[in-house]
Write a new protein. Structure first.
Length: 346
């Protein structure tokens, strides 16, 4: 059994991964979303992945991970088969860079990825592939059609019998009944996956529900409770989540001084948010008071537990000033992964 945290290929989420305890790195299979191609960079799209292999090697190391290629096109609206000067498409181009860095990658497509992308992954020659199925985007009645389509894709690819398939059933943050999840797992099990992953989250998308200058409980970890119930019926089911980072909207006209420093903090049962005063009201210089409140809680596991907890401890003792919006991401995600791995007894 492995834990499958979903991560963006972004600096602070990758830093959270790099700073994990070495033992933890052997117990996870991160699902990393491809860096997105910006509309203005389509003509020179290869530049987006210029240092892909080296960048990931420095952060992922020898940890085996899943790489979701479909996410590269989320800002474009259309997944056109872009080709480089060597007539390689995006999948082939990126896999070559990751191979040159000796990365242990499992290529991944989504259930409705364009035919060229699906074919490129299935015919990549890898002995493990992954398929991410966005169950949150369709009704349960559509399950048989998705299963049928994937069976066709897999049969048409004429892959070696030994190729292992990881199916990721992604329910995102949608309220979903346990019965629907159970039925979905049963239906997609007919594809005979080597690994079947339940992926979901109940972490808030933003910190709006948290009071300023306070530590606030903002919700239960419903996705983990669902998984614990599901494991009684599906003993080989694996767990994944969105850690503490959801998709969110891109902020326009963002005013740094009219915002807050926020650490999303995961306990065994709930999500909490440590939120500063407005940065323009000395929020970054007084945030240590909220961090002090956090480390005084019974659920705080100590500074040695994770990189994230060490950073919080330093801030609480005024050895460190957390004064931006990026470093809290690494802190939150790193602590979340360590907490979840410890809970799952991997």
């Amino acid at each position: 059994m492995y834990y499958y945290p979903l991560l963006k290929n972004a600096n602070n989420e990758m830093k959270a991964l790099r700073e994990l305890n070495e033992d933890t790195k052997t117990k996870i299979r991160p699902v990393i979303e491809s860096k997105r191609i910006k509309p203005e960079n389509v003509v020179n799209w290869e530049a987006t992945y210029k240092t892909l292999g080296k960048y990931l090697k420095e952060r992922v190391g020898d940890t085996k991970f899943i790489y979701d290629f479909n996410c590269a096109f989320e800002d474009l609206g259309e997944a056109e088969e872009l080709k480089n000067g060597l007539d390689q498409n995006l999948v082939q181009h990126c896999l070559e860079k990751m191979e040159s860095a000796n990365l242990s990658v499992i290529p991944c497509f989504q259930h409705d990825s364009p035919a060229w992308l699906v074919k490129s992954v299935l015919q990549s020659g890898y002995n493990e592939i992954a398929i991410r199925i966005r169950c949150h985007d369709f009704q349960e009645s559509f399950n048989p059609f998705v299963v049928s389509k994937l069976k066709y894709d897999l049969e048409a690819a004429n892959m070696d019998d030994g190729v292992k398939i990881t199916l990721i059933l992604d329910f995102f943050d949608k309220e979903t009944s346990l019965n629907r999840i159970q039925n979905t797992i049963s239906e997609f099990s007919s594809l005979n996956p080597s690994h079947l992953v339940y992926l979901a989250t109940s972490c808030p998308e933003n910190a709006n529900a948290a009071a300023p200058n306070a530590l606030t409980e903002v919700g239960a970890r419903k996705e983990l409770n669902h998984f614990i119930n599901l494991r009684t019926q599906f003993s080989k089911l694996d767990f994944g989540d969105y850690t503490t980072r959801l998709k969110g909207e891109i902020l326009k006209g963002f005013n740094h001084y009219n915002s807050y420093i926020k650490i999303f903090y995961t306990t065994e049962t709930h999500y909490w948010i440590a939120k500063s005063k407005l940065i323009g009201d000395d929020g970054e210089f007084t945030f240590h008071e909220i961090c002090k409140e956090l480390i005084d809680q019974d659920f705080y596991p100590g500074r040695e537990f994770s990189f994230g907890d060490e950073e919080i401890y330093k801030c609480a003792n005024q050895e460190l000033i957390i004064g931006d919006h990026q470093s809290p991401i690494a802190i939150s995600v790193n602590h979340h992964i360590e907490t979840t791995v410890a809970q799952l007894l991997l």
